[in-house]
Design a protein around this ligand. Sequence first.
Ligand code: ATP
Ligand code: MG
Length: 244
Amino acid sequence: MKSIAIYNNKGGCGKSTSVINLAYEFSVHSKVLVIDTDGQSNTSRFFVNDPKNGLERVLLGENEVLTAENTLYDNISIISATAAINNAVGTFGGFSEEKQRGIAESIVNANGDFDYVIVDLPPAMNVVTEHIVGACDYVFVPVELGTFAIQGIPKVTNVISKCKAQFGGAFINKFDKKNSADITLLQMFSKLMGDKALTTTIPYSKVIKNSISYKTTAREYMGWTNAGKAFGQLAEEIIERIGE
Ligand SMILES: Nc1ncnc2c1ncn2[C@@H]1O[C@H](COP(=O)(O)OP(=O)(O)OP(=O)(O)O)[C@@H](O)[C@H]1O
Ligand SMILES: [Mg+2]
């Protein structure tokens, strides 16, 4: 089992979109568990109609046993999140470092029978996200191009190293190849990240935006388009980096 956190403290850069589409791409050949740790529940609502409470009780140190729910996809299960998770941050923050680490690891490794665990995170770094990121084997960072976003990357990578997580790499989401600013920023990004820059870029595309609105993945919605294939390429590149 390999666990992958999709993290960036910047909001709206495509974490949930990436988790949903990567989970689908991995699920073609593997069993996937999605863990949503964001009280916004965007990823949860994509996969299940009625996200369950539960995660917050585990964070509060109660002996709740998390059971993954089935989704409409045979090979994808989910541990969902509700807004209640936000109430657990304070109490969790008061626990010893060791207890915090133990709880985070019990969430990420809750269920053994999966090939990949993909974790969605909120756009915030707090004591909970820090430990969840730290409990994952690898962290991948979606980046929406913009000067501020590029300037913010060192902060994100510092947080990842502070969490003692393995930084797998960063990839560009919402890339507009017709925008010369994006091309310049992509060059800056590649230079800054070196071999941590993934070569796959996810285009800005209505295929990706609309597919989520229709509760389907980009591949299912329009798999013959470049945008419909992009997360497949990204999944392959991630597997090359972390192994099967
Ligand atoms: N490649 C893309 N092309 C077009 N729209 C996109 C793309 N990726 C994401 N979006 C849209 O951008 C918005 C933000 O995406 P998403 O919710 O995945 O970001 P997020 O990082 O999870 O946000 P948050 O930080 O709030 O959790 C959504 O409306 C989504 O449909
Ligand atoms: Mg999100």
